[in-house]
Design a protein around this ligand. Sequence first.
Ligand code: T1G
Length: 699
Amino acid sequence: MSDVIEFRKVGAVGVITINNPPANALSFAVVKGLAEHTTACMNDELCDAVVVTGAGKMFVAGADIREFNMTRPDDVPEFHDLMKVIEEGSKPIVAAVNGIAFGGGLELAMGCHYRIIAPGALVGQPEVKLGIIPGAGGTQRLPRLAGVETALDMIVGGDPVRAEEAVELGIADELAGEDLLARAVAYALERVADGPRPTGGITSRLGAVDPQYFEEYRLKIAARTRGQEAPLECINAVEVAATKPFEEGLAHERDVFVRLRDGDKSKAMRHMFFAEREVAKIPGITKQTPVQKIEKAAVIGSGTMGGGIAMNFANAGIAVNLVDVSDEALTEGLQKIRGNYAGSVSRGRLTQEKMDERMALISSTTSYSDLADTDIVIEAVFEDMDLKKKIFGELDAACKPETILASNTSSLDINEIGAATSRPDKVCGAHFFSPANVMKLMENVRTAAASDETIATLMKLSKTLGKTGVLVGVGDGFVGNRMLHVAARIAEFMVEEGALPWEVDQVIYDFGFPMGPFSMNDLAGIDVRYSIRQEQLKLYGDRRQSVILDRVYETGRYGQKTNGGWYTYEGGSRNGTPEPIIEDIIVKTSAELGFQRRPFSNEEILERYVYALINTGAKVLEEGLALRASDIDVIWHYGYGFPRYRGGPMFYADLVGLDKIYDKVSQFHEDYGDWMKPSNLLKSLAGEGKGFADYVVSS
Ligand code: T1G
C-alpha cells in the first residue's frame, strides 16, 4: 500500500507504524495509508484489535505543513474523514504514543479509542503558533478527554504536556513501562471485550460551562495575541465543543481551519516556522565540519551588554569570566547580573538554587592572563575601533591558539579587527541584541578570513545559548541595524514634514510591532541614537539627518531614562504620553528647515517606514550580506519584533507585490535622494513579476 506506513500482525493485533522521516508528518501518503490499513484490519477476521504507532523518536509531529498549499489528491481522505474511519472502527484501536504527538499527531491519537503513552513523551496542539486551529478534530475531542479548561489552555497556548500529566488529565489511558509496543498490544487485546470507545461519544468531561468563562478567557489573552485571529477562533471552537453536538462541532472546526489555513497570517507564520530552521543551513558547512568545544568563555566589558552576554553562558551551564579594567567596574557589573537573576527569582521564573548555580559559573578578572585557556572570548566594549583593535591584539597574545575571538560590535568592520590579530581565521562577530540575556537573536558575522570551523562553532554556540543565530556578512549595521537606521531616518523625516512622533508610532504599533520607532528610541535612549548618528556623520557625511532629534537631545530629554524624551513618562511609568514641548520643538524646527508641514495618512506612514525596511533588505541581499530573504525575516522578528503573523519584511513584501513597492520606493527616491534609491534587486524582481522568495543568493 504505501512505503510510509509499515504493517505487521502481532498475534491477533494489527500494528500500523508510521515511518515518514524526519517528523512522521501526516502527509497525503501517510493519511492514505492509515485509512487503507485501518479499513483492512477492520475487514480481517483474524484481526481482533489494532495498534497505531510511530517509527523512530516521534509518533507524529503533525500534519505535513509543506502540503498546506497543495491540492489534496482525490484518493486521499480529509483529516476528518480519516479520523471518522478510525473512530468508527468496529474493533479497538490503540495509539502507542512515542516521543512527540503534536497537532494532527495528537488528533490521530485521540481519534483512536485508547492511548498508551511512553514515559517522557510530549503531546500538544501547537496549531495556534501556525495561525490556525486544530483541523482534525482536536478542538472537539480534547475537551471530551481532558475537560474544557485543559483543552483551552493547550489549544490556545499551543504548549505541550508531558506523558505523566497527559495520563492525569485523561488524554492518555496508561503510562507504558519499558516496552511501549508490547504494552500497547497487550492493552489492545485486553480491550477486545470492551470493544471500541469513540472519543466523540464521551461527554462526561464536558459538563455545563458558564459562557462567561469563555468571555473571560478571550479578555485574558487579548493583549498578547493582538492582531491574530487563531487564538480567538480556538476559544470559539472549544466553546462549540462544550455547547453543540459533536458532528456540528467538527463541521465548525473544519470550516474555520480551512479559512485560517488559506489566510495570509497563517501563511506568514508557516513561513516563519521553516525560515527559523533554514537559518542553520549554511553553504559549505555540513554535519562533518569540525566544531570546537566551548566549555570556558570570557566576556570583555562588564556593562549592560557584557553582563547580559555573560548571563547567557551561565544560563547554558558554561563557565564565564567577566573582564573589565577595574574591580569597581566588575563589582558593579556583577551586582547588575545578580540583580537580574534576583528579579527572575522574585517573579518565580527562577529558583534561588538555579540562581546560585549560575552565579557560581561567573568569575571576574581584570587580567587577560587569566584567559589563556578560554575557548571563546566575546568583546563587548563601546564602539571605538582603536580600542577594539587594541583589545583583540592583547587577547591574541594572551589566549591559546584555538581560542575564538568574537566582537559584539553592532556596526564596525570586523575584518579590520581580525587583521589586528595573528588569528584572523578565528575572529568573527557575535552581535547580541539588548537586553542580551533576553533577546533571542544573534547576528553571527562571517569575516572574509573566518574559517568554516569558526563559523560552525559560532552557529552551534547560538543553539547552545538558546539563541536564534543568523549568519550575516560584514557591513555597516550588518543586517538588522542597517535596515533599522534607514527606516528610523525616514520616520524622522516624516516628522519634519508634518507627522508627529505619536502618529507614526501608533501606525507602526497597529501594524503589529511591540512599539513604534520613537517609543523604541525613548527606551534605548535618545543619547544613544544621537551618538550613533554622530558616528554615521563621520562615516557618511553626505547623509542628511533630521536635526529634530538633535534639538530634542539638546533639551536633555533622553527618553525613559530621564522620564522624558519624545514622550513624557509620569512617575516612572513606561507608557509615555505625547509631550507639547516636543510638538513645539518639531513645529519650530520644521519652519526653520523651510518645511510647510502637511498631514500624513496612516497608509503613507506605514508604506514609507516598512518599504524603507524592505528596500534596504533588498540591498543587503544583493550585496550578499544575508544568505536568503527569509534570514532577514528571522532577524527582524527575533531582533525587532516584526509581527510573526506578517512573516517578516521580505515575506510581507511578496504579499504586497514588489511592483507596488518598487513604484513607491522610486517616489521616495525622488523625495529624499540617493539614500532611498531603489535596490537593483527590487527593481529586477519587480520587473520579472517575481518575489524575494524566488531569489537565491549565489553561494
Ligand atoms: N510538517 C512538515 N515538516 C515538519 C513538521 C511538520 N509538521 N514538523 C517538523 N518538520 C520538519 C522540519 O521542518 C525539519 O525539516 C525536520 O522536520 C526536523 O524538525 C491537522 C493542521 C516536532 C518539536 O506545529 O514543533 O498538525 O529542516 O528541526 O528540533 O490539526 O519540528 O530537517 O528539512 O524542528 O527535533 C502541527 C511542528 C502542524 C509541530 C521537532 N505541528 N514541528 O523538533 O526538529 S499543523 C507542529 C515541531 C497540524 C492538524 C494541523 C518540531 C518538533 P528539515 P526540527 P526538532
